[in-house]
Design a protein around this ligand. Structure first.
Ligand code: F6P
Length: 328
């Protein structure tokens, strides 16, 4: 007979994402609803190792659903990659009487969680929180939708100045090794070309496409470059190469950077985070472990953490076609 679960811990780890606070709020309030205590862990796995815990009540998570970042802070812990670090974390959870752990993060977070489960057989459930959308088993990760909107807004502004000065802009967006942000914002902002790691466009195609744009009378162009794309060593090198080869272009580079991770979450991310926070608590109470909760086809679903990090989400071929057709 399993002992009843009286306390659940929650942490945020890896790159922060808008909507993480909404997920924390939902976890805390689901714990209140099911009459169990919720323990917040500061600084991700670092706080788990250091015993940096705080008891969270429903009132303490008031007015955070609309806030970017994470009230629990986030980090990438080197110590949790060691056996000794994970053992300390386990001791702290046990000493505190915690019966389950909810991880809000991406693939690095879930990799650490899987290692922890394999060593200590502790109940762990993941919630996908990353702007990159590179997690299998959910249509979208928390933060992705907000990041898309932030990026489109930024590109719209760059387009204004690109158009005024007849310039060619290379705009680098985040996504680590995944091109979801680049492909979707490229379409949404009407980019002339989109460079993503999943599809090697090749320099020749890029040059041909920009030449065609000129011939068709376009006086300014936007190329959205995913940070993981391999066409040049980096966006600056690519721009330098193009400038040398095509001196008549007036080229500029804009790296959007960490502003993509900030800001108030969109309604979509708030609802997604709320659904996943509640279902993660329910999964722990149902004695699930080693799984991630997600939303697929608008239904809450679960998938093994190992699948969530190892099975790549494929880039939608239909989107690639739409990008090609609409950028003429
Ligand atoms: O995983 C989220 C992400 O923002 C990636 O898109 C990016 O490659 C990385 O994190 C940046 O990490 P850091 O904040 O450590 O520079």
């Amino acid at each position: 007979m399993n002992e009843p679960i009286k306390k659940i811990a929650v942490l945020t780890s890896g790159g922060d994402a808008p909507g993480m606070n909404a997920a924390i709020r939902a976890v805390v309030r689901a714990c209140t609803y099911y009459r169990i205590e919720c323990i917040g862990v500061y600084r991700g796995y670092g706080g788990l190792i250091g015993g940096d815990f705080v008891s969270l009540t429903a009132r303490e998570v008031s007015n955070i659903i609309n806030k970017g970042g994470t009230i629990l802070k986030s980090a990438r812990s080197q110590e949790f990659k060691t056996k000794e670090g994970r053992a300390k974390a386990y001791e702290n959870l046990k000493n505190e009487g915690i019966g389950g752990l909810i991880l809000i993060g991406g693939d690095g977070t879930f990799t650490g969680g899987l290692k922890f489960i394999s060593e200590f057989n502790f109940p762990v459930v993941g919630i996908p929180g990353t702007i990159d959308n590179d997690i299998y088993g959910t249509d979208r990760t928390i933060g992705y939708d907000t990041a898309l909107n932030t990026v489109v807004e930024a590109i719209d502004k760059i387009r204004d100045t690109a158009s005024s000065h007849n310039r060619l802009f290379f705009i680098e967006v985040m996504g680590r090794d995944a091109g979801f942000i680049a492909l979707n914002t490229g379409i949404g902002a009407g980019a002339e070309e989109i460079l993503i790691p999943e599809k090697d466009l090749g320099l020749d195609r890029l040059e041909e496409s920009l030449n065609q744009s000129r011939e068709k009378g376009k006086t300014s162009s936007i190329v959205v470059v995913s940070e993981g794309d391999k066409i040049g060593k980096n966006v600056f090198e690519l721009a330098d190469y193009m400038q040398e080869k095509y001196p008549f272009y007036d080229i500029r580079v804009s790296v959007l950077g960490h502003m993509q991770r900030g800001g108030s979450p969109s309604c979509y991310d708030r609802v997604l985070a709320s659904r996943l926070g509640v279902s993660a608590v329910e999964a722990i109470l149902d004695r699930a472990t080693g799984v991630m909760v997600g939303v697929t086809n608008n239904k809450v679903s679960t998938v093994g953490l190992n699948k969530a990090i190892k099975m790549n989400n494929d880039i939608d071929k239909e989107l690639l076609k739409v990008a090609e057709i609409t950028s003429v």
